[in-house]
Design a protein around this ligand. Structure first.
Ligand code: SF4
Ligand code: SF4
Length: 299
């Protein structure tokens, strides 16, 4: 189940890359910039700025999930009964409704990826699997990476690392480069901001670092995980994993994903948090470097 395929990406590994964004994620990070990838199934998106409030979509819904809003100006959808069937999408004359998520077979996806092979070859790029959490579709990911490797396409994956070691290791053997997020070093805080413990993630990072080259990433969210103590602890952890950790990337929080919450008719809870200033990021970079590892700001 794929949310989208992004071509010509230059932030998800070396060279020009094609990023495959999978659906489904067991974490619920408060700052998630792609909330439409959290649900593992197909999901309705509503682009309010395109809606004319004509109401044509209302009778098309077999679940009776759509109604006019309190002001009778737009429509609202009861997400608890919406099945993502897509009936309302096809009748909307203004393109205000769409379905996120589409099933691909391995063959279909590989066919799409091979179209970009010439760019991969010329730029030293390749395919990156991201999400969502790609390990939720471990068998599919493993198959795609195996086939890419057979075609001499460089492979990378972006993951939270929140998965069983059995699944994780079955994918790692087909990977050239692994990106892993470390969102907080303290378990209690990690649960607060992502909904899950970090124990499995840290153990998987330790195991993976024995054989795979890894770039660790810390999304820097002001007030949630950007204390000097946490930055230094994360950098020291990265250092402890040895030479296969290529660098630690500090990714400054941004608000680009906010509209994604609107399209899902969900509330974005971090709207008061501002993007961290450059000086703050530089300061955190200096602190992290004291752990004697390479640290970059941004991806
Ligand atoms: S059919 Fe489209 S434009 Fe009309 S109310 Fe429904 S979403 Fe809005
Ligand atoms: S996707 Fe289907 S179930 Fe959901 S609101 Fe549209 S018509 Fe109703």
């Amino acid at each position: 189940m794929i949310s989208k395929i992004e071509r010509f990406s230059v932030h998800d590994g070396p060279g020009i890359r094609t990023l495959v964004v999978l659906k489904g994620c067991p974490l619920k990070c408060l700052w998630c910039s792609s909330p439409y990838t959290q649900n593992p199934g197909q999901e309705l998106l509503y682009v309010k700025r395109n809606c004319q409030g004509c109401g044509i979509c209302i009778p098309s819904c077999p679940q009776k999930a759509i109604a006019m809003d309190a002001d009778n100006k737009y429509v609202k959808t009861d997400r608890s009964v919406c099945t993502g069937c897509g009936n309302c999408v096809s009748v909307c004359p203004n393109g205000a409704r769409e379905i996120s998520g589409r099933h691909y077979t391995s063959e279909e996806l590989l066919h799409e990826l091979e179209k970009d092979a010439v760019f991969f070859r010329r730029s030293g790029g390749g395919v990156t699997i991201g999400g969502g959490e790609p390990t939720m579709q471990a068998e599919f990911v493993r198959d795609i990476l195996f086939r890419c490797r057979r075609l001499h396409i460089h492979t990378a994956m972006e993951t939270s690392g929140f998965t069983s070691w059995t699944k994780f290791s079955s994918i790692l053997e087909h990977l050239d480069l692994l990106y892993m997020d470390i969102k907080h070093m303290e378990e209690k805080k990690h649960i607060e901001i992502t909904g899950v413990s970090n124990r499995l993630i840290l153990q998987n990072a330790r195991n993976a670092s024995e054989h795979n080259e890894i770039i660790l990433r810390l999304p820097v969210i002001p007030g949630l995980n950007d204390s000097e103590k946490n930055i230094l602890k994360t950098a020291s952890f990265a250092r402890s994993l040895g030479k296969n950790i290529l660098r630690l990337e500090l990714l400054p929080y941004h608000q680009f994903g906010e509209h994604g919450y609107d399209e899902l008719e969900r509330t974005y809870t971090l709207e008061k948090i501002k993007e961290p200033p450059d000086e703050h990021m530089k300061r955190l970079q200096e602190i992290a470097r004291t752990a004697d590892i390479e640290v970059a700001v941004g991806g």
